[in-house]
Design a protein around this ligand. Structure first.
Ligand SMILES: Cc1cc2nc3c(=O)[nH]c(=O)nc-3n(C[C@H](O)[C@H](O)[C@H](O)COP(=O)(O)OP(=O)(O)OC[C@H]3O[C@@H](n4cnc5c(N)ncnc54)[C@H](O)[C@@H]3O)c2cc1C
Length: 466
């Protein structure tokens, strides 16, 4: 049973993250006699599966990222705090978060960590400058700026090679995100942009999908992978398998093929969708819990009840947990949140004994990926299917899981315009979309340099005083 909070206050639950796991956990505790603090570094609940549609001008960022505090406005037992969690102390039972210069220490009785994962460049973080990933709204908007900006630059340049470089789009990683993005860039050029330029033919652009493994959509199996591959190829997407990207620079990428030969692809717009790395909070927790470790991607090997060893009310869920058979997908996070909150609620009634808890059981509801309008591939249990039926299933499911009636309505409208017509409603781009990340990185390194100088000055003063 959980201990009552100090001072006789209500049981305090801290949730880190406002993604699938964090938001579901907060909602599941709606009627529980608890005080919840949900801390997240973003103000919104991001529906990551549709990020590629923001990047390719179909949806606006607001449609896939409603504001968390507005979603939870009527749930009086939740406070939403914006901030970057920098410290979790499992001895003191506190979470420390930072917003600008403001530091907040929040105590907890139960903790649910749903901080997810970020892009991984497998130790080549410098690739990020030229090949952004797709994990955040900033990423999607930057990509929209880069994709549409490349067509604009191709129209203006008079140099033939440079025009070809600008009209070559490379997507690295042929998982669901890579497949969906490559398909949408091809469709954008073919249906929306065709006829809108005078010196270029957008539909003649090259879209290349590169994959290190020997198949498209490796986790979905050979049959569906081949189906998706054929559909993409029909749309003009070039698929290059068994190809490892060994370098990324401003002008293009270097690729190493299976036989060891290296070659260049000159391209202006490249996207990284090849790997994920769990939030560093996973390692921070594991280091404080004796006998708890993380896997190579930084996910925490949790106990069968999703807790960390020795801390029966510290749950790690979603993309940050490592549980055999549970993929890094929305269902894993949602079901983990349902399970953890059920235990907290049971414990409030005195019905929870950590020693005899039934382990978390994942129910696989299947997976799917869209390839183009009217075409998707889906896997539900042993059933594998593709084409229009799979696309319809994809449409309905994504609408069901989108948060907010208004968002569902405007999304249906945007899909109607895009999939039945040729136009897209979100084609505006700004310089900030393209350059802001680099400017922010410079600002960060400037701040770090400034902090180092201040630290050196403090040490100097201390030495002088002694
Ligand atoms: C492009 C893309 C497409 C995808 N498509 C699909 C799909 O089609 N189907 C599917 O099932 N899954 C899909 N996924 C995977 C799915 O989105 C994830 O499995 C799911 O989001 C995991 O939920 P989570 O709650 O663990 O983490 P997330 O949803 O990633 O949420 C993490 C939260 O933690 C916050 N956070 C992180 N670190 C900190 C910190 N230090 N301090 C404060 N807050 C922090 C973040 O701001 C965020 O709110 C896709 C993912 C991506 C990126």
């Amino acid at each position: 049973m959980v201990e009552p909070s100090a001072g006789g206050k209500r049981h305090r639950v801290v949730i880190i993250g406002s993604g699938f796991g964090g938001l579901r956990a907060a909602k599941q505790l709606k009627r529980a006699d608890v005080d919840i603090t949900l801390i997240s570094r973003t103000t919104s609940h991001l529906f990551q599966p549709l990020l590629y549609q923001v990047a390719t001008g179909i949806l606006s960022e607001g449609e896939i990222a409603p504001t968390t505090r507005l979603v939870l406005r009527k749930q009086r037992n939740v406070q939403v705090l914006l901030g970057e969690v920098e410290e979790i102390d499992l001895q003191a039972n506190t979470v420390t978060s930072q917003l600008m210069t403001m530091r907040t220490v929040t105590p907890f009785d139960s903790l649910i960590v749903a901080a997810g994962a970020q892009q991984s460049y497998f130790g080549n973080d410098h690739f990020a400058t030229y090949a952004p990933g797709m994990k955040t709204i900033d990423d999607a908007l930057e990509l929209r700026g880069r994709i549409l900006g490349a067509f604009e630059a191709a129209e203006v340049t008079t140099d033939h090679d440079e025009r070809e470089r600008r009209l070559t789009f490379v997507v690295i990683g042929a998982g669901p995100t890579g497949v969906e993005l490559a398909g949408q860039i091809a469709e954008l050029a073919e249906r929306t942009l065709a006829g809108a330029f005078r010196t270029i033919e957008p539909e003649e652009c090259r879209v290349i999908l590169i994959e290190g493994a020997g198949a498209v959509l490796p986790p979905m199996g050979e049959k569906l992978g081949l189906k998706a591959q054929r559909r993409l190829e029909k749309m003009g997407v070039e698929i290059q398998l068994n190809a490892m990207v060994t370098n990324v620079d401003y002008m293009g990428i270097t690729v190493k093929d299976k036989d060891g030969t290296e070659r260049r692809i000159e391209c202006a717009c490249k996207v990284w969708s090849a790997g994920v790395q769990a939030s560093p909070l996973g390692k921070m927790i594991a280091e404080q819990a004796d006998g708890t470790e993380t896997d190579r991607a930084g996910r925490v090997f949790v106990e069968p009840d999703l807790t960390v060893k020795g801390h029966p009310y510290v749950f790690v869920i979603g993309d940050l947990m490592s549980v055999p058979g549970v993929p890094g997908m929305a269902q894993g996070a949602l079901q983990g949140a349902n399970y953890a909150t059920k235990l907290i609620k049971r414990s409030l009634k005195g019905h929870d004994d950590p020693a005899t808890r039934a382990p978390f059981k994942y129910f696989d509801k299947g997976s799917m990926a869209t390839v183009s309008r009217f075409s998707a591939v889906a896997q539900v249990g042993k059933l594998e299917f593709g084409g229009f039926i799979a696309w319809l299933a994809w449409l309905v499911l994504h609408l069901y899981y989108l948060v907010g009636y208004k968002n569902r309505l405007t999304t249906v409208l945007a899909w109607f315009i895009t999939f039945l017509g040729r136009s897209r409603g979100q084609m505006a781009i700004t310089s900030q979309m393209i350059y802001a990340r680099l400017a922010m990185q410079q600002l960060e390194s400037h701040k770090e340099a400034l902090a180092a100088v201040e630290q050196a000055e403090r040490l100097e003063r201390a030495r002088g005083a002694s």
